[in-house]
Design a protein around this ligand. Structure first.
Ligand SMILES: Nc1ncnc2c1ncn2[C@@H]1O[C@H](COP(=O)(O)OP(=O)(O)OP(=O)(O)O)[C@@H](O)[C@H]1O
Length: 252
């Protein structure tokens, strides 16, 4: 019995002739905050999409196991029912619907209808800004508030494992800290496991337990916050600059 919640082995993603990910091995442990960092086009979104079942089957090769069960090739809705939720990049709110209606959408798949009211209350405690704006059209929220809304909606699906694509994108540093504090509270208080994509490796060093670096569709490094030190090895893997990164030469 392992404590791995997710195990990815030899995963490759190809969009027709375009390779996006090659031969990725990666594990995520129950209850950890794991971050995937990399520059534009490194393959971060493709990784989350493959796990969530959001890519065509023919694009993906390899294995993805969640709680010991093979999930690669399953339908996105089946994967969602297993407790995996994807918060895609770009904060997809329903602009003309109110904040409350947006939150309710997150609850539709739940079987435990009795807990919905309490669960919405939990989300509003986590994000007090949303409580103040419950009757507002979601399209009028700030970027940070919209990010809180999509995370809150995802919590309401009864997720156990949240995949979040670039939650910091376009947000001010203080707002980013608020969002991450809420994510850490979700991990600490509800035992959620988080796999988060970010472009900035500096930021994730503050919050992540484990950091995976992608570059050019390949995983270049896995490190922990204890091992990362001054971040030089991480930067080298991210940019592909030193001899210690054995595959750097392939992509430079
Ligand atoms: N639907 C698609 N069709 C063709 N190529 C794609 C598609 N989606 C992504 N790609 C390509 O796959 C590679 C990886 O893209 P991906 O979006 O996974 O990277 P990323 O690290 O998330 O980048 P970003 O930070 O810019 O979102 C890139 O070269 C991209 O152009």
């Amino acid at each position: 019995m392992t404590d791995y919640l997710l195990r990815i082995s030899s995963l490759s993603v190809n969009y027709g002739a375009t390779p996006a990910l090659q031969d990725i091995d990666l594990v995520v442990r129950q209850g950890e905050v794991a971050c995937v960092v990399g520059q534009n086009g490194a393959g971060k979104s493709s990784l989350l999409s493959a796990v969530a079942g959001a890519l065509p089957n023919q694009a993906c090769q390899g294995q993805v196991e969640y709680q010991g069960k093979s999930i690669l090739g399953r339908k996105a809705e089946d994967i969602a029912r297993m407790g995996i939720s994807l918060v895609p990049e770009g904060r997809h709110v329903f602009s003309d619907m109110t904040v409350k209606e947006n939150l309710l959408i997150g609850t539709y798949m739940r079987r435990d209808r009795r807990n919905v009211k309490q669960e919405i209350e939990t989300v509003l405690e986590l994000f007090p800004r949303l409580r103040e704006r419950l009757a507002f059209p979601a399209g009028l929220l700030s970027g940070g508030e919209q990010q809180m809304l999509v995370i809150g909606r995802s919590v309401l699906t009864n997720t156990k494992f949240m995949l979040i694509d670039e939650p910091s994108l376009g947000l001010a540093p203080l707002v980013i800290d608020n969002v991450y504090q809420a994510l850490l509270a979700l991990r600490n208080e509800r035992g959620l496991t988080l796999l988060i994509n970010e472009q900035s490796s500096n930021r994730v060093m503050k919050y992540a337990d484990t950091i995976h670096v992608l570059r050019g569709g390949r995983k270049r490094l896995t490190t922990t916050v204890q091992e990362v030190g001054n971040g030089e090895t991480l930067k080298a893997a991210y940019f592909g600059l030193t001899k210690t990164d054995e595959t750097a030469a392939e992509v430079m």
